[in-house]
Structures are given as structure tokens and as C-alpha cells.
Design a protein around this ligand. Structure first.
Ligand SMILES: [Zn+2]
Length: 265
């Protein structure tokens, strides 16, 4: 599986071990996206359990389960969701205020109808105050579509995108502007977090507009979070990009209630 510039891979710790049947091998401890790390034993035993053991045997079931887990774990890491947001799910988003329940309902519907959203390239905007769980909900949607639909997804904070693009201009950089834009255009669902959090130079506005526009032309959905209200967002990325984000039923959720960050238990 190809890992994008913004994605990650699980850490793997190895130590030498010995299989009674197959001899020496490297025992591996694989970092789990949800924190529940797993150990990989002898790779030859795993292969045999998967390919030559009876399909209804316990060994085969365990090996098949481990294979599925590794694949899903790798795809969740590839989203690049930062450690802090990995536990975020739709189920653990707190809804104390009516606006929060409404925001959650829109996000749940987006996941439930994701095949349709993907077909239509339907976007989602989460706008409003800092500390209201926009990133929580965005990451929860990414995890859900990867787990439930096998989709590819990527979490990319706008300041990180800009920093990566600027770094690509440096002499000797492995990345190019094109390779970074290609990474951001390759996934089924892209979450651009914190749009508008940085200064808003012409270069920044143009870059973000290009990403949104490229995904629009390829009919791929994008989720945007921003602390800018809708009116200022159009100044930031341009009316046309905002219009594209709202096409085909793209909803905008306004996070207008007071931030509860800091007072949160
Ligand atoms: Zn073995």
C-alpha cells in the first residue's frame, strides 16, 4: 500500500525468536491504531495456517483475523490522523447542547450515506469556534469510512499542507509541488483541517483553492474545518471554491456554541 506524505505507518518492534518447526524468525510487535498492539509470530506458521490449514480450523480463523486486522490497521495509519485524535469516534462525541446533537446527526448521516456522497463528490463544511470538536468529528468520519467501506482517507491540516508545499521548493527536496497535490488528490475522502488558521497569503489561498478544485473536477469529496464563518471563508478560498464545496448537497455545519475545551472532563 502506498503511504502518502501526510499518512503514517504503524511502528514495528522486532526481536529474534525461534520456531520449533521453521527455525529462527523475527517476532514482531505491531503498533495498533487503537492502542491494542499485536504480536506476529512465525511468518511460515502464519502462511500455513492461512493457506493449508482447514478453513474451519481455529488456526485458520486466527490467521485470517490477524490478516484482516493488519490490513485495516495499516489503512487507518495511512489516514495520518494524529495520535491525539485517534480515539475520536462518532460514539464518543459529547452532545450536551442542541447544536452538538445536530452536528453529530449530520456527520452520522454523511457516514451512513457515504457511498452516495462518494459518487456525488459531496463535501462537508464544519465552520465556527475553536474547541467545539470539529476535528473530532472530522477524524471520526474518516475512521468510519475506512473501517466500514474500505475507503481511503487522509487527514491534512491546512498549515501542514502549506508547510509541505513550501518545503518542496527547497533545493534537494524529495517532494515536488505536483507530488504533494497528487497525494491530496488520490484519496476517496480528504479532511483539510484548520483552513484559515494561518495568515492567508496569496500562495496559501491559491494552493488550497487548487486542491479543492482538483478534487471537485475528479468528483471526490472533501471535508473542510475552519474557524472562519462562511462569509470570510469565501474571501479566503474564493467564491468559486466555496460554491464547489456546497454543490450536490454539500452541507455546512455552524459550530456557534461556546467552546468547552479546557473545561472538558
Ligand atoms: Zn513456524
Amino acid at each position: 500500500m502506498r503511504i502518502s506524505k501526510f499518512g503514517a505507518q504503524p511502528r514495528v518492534k522486532t526481536r529474534p525468536d525461534n520456531c520449533e518447526t521453521h527455525g529462527p524468525f523475527d517476532r514482531k510487535l505491531i503498533e495498533a491504531f487503537d492502542g491494542d498492539n499485536r504480536v506476529l509470530g512465525c511468518p511460515n506458521c502464519h502462511w500455513e495456517a492461512l493457506n493449508t490449514a482447514a478453513v474451519d480450523s481455529e488456526a485458520h480463523k486466527q490467521a485470517a483475523d490477524l490478516k484482516r486486522w493488519r490490513s485495516l490497521n495499516a489503512r487507518l495509519f495511512a489516514t495520518g490522523i494524529a495520535l491525539r485524535f485517534r480515539p475520536c469516534s462518532l460514539d464518543n462525541y459529547l452532545t450536551r447542547l442542541p447544536g452538538q446533537a445536530q452536528a453529530l446527526a449530520v456527520c452520522q448521516a454523511y457516514v451512513d450515506q457515504f457511498e452516495e456522497c462518494l459518487d456525488a463528490g459531496r463535501c462537508l463544511l464544519m465552520l465556527g469556534n475553536f474547541g467545539n470538536g470539529k476535528t473530532h468529528l472530522g477524524c471520526a468520519i474518516l475512521k468510519s469510512v475506512v473501517t466500514r467501506y474500505g475507503a481511503t482517507a487522509l487527514y491534512a491540516p491546512a498549515p501542514d499542507i502549506i508547510a509541505a508545499l513550501k518545503a518542496s521548493f527547497a533545493k534537494g527536496s524529495e517532494d515536488t509541488e505536483q507530488s504533494i497535490l497528487a497525494d491530496l488528490s488520490a484519496v476517496d475522502l480528504l479532511l483539510i483541517d484548520e483552513l484559515g488558521a494561518q495568515g492567508g497569503t496569496e500562495f496559501e489561498r491559491h494552493s488550497l483553492h487548487t486542491i479543492i478544485d482538483t478534487r471537485y473536477r475528479n468528483m471526490l469529496p472533501t471535508i473542510i474545518t475552519s474557524n472562519l464563518p462562511s462569509s470570510e471563508l469565501s474571501d479566503y478560498i474564493g467564491d468559486r471554491a466555496l460554491d464547489r464545496l456546497r454543490q450536490n448537497g454539500g452541507e455546512a455545519i455552524a459550530f456557534t456554541w461556546e467552546s468547552h475545551r479546557g473545561g472538558e472532563a
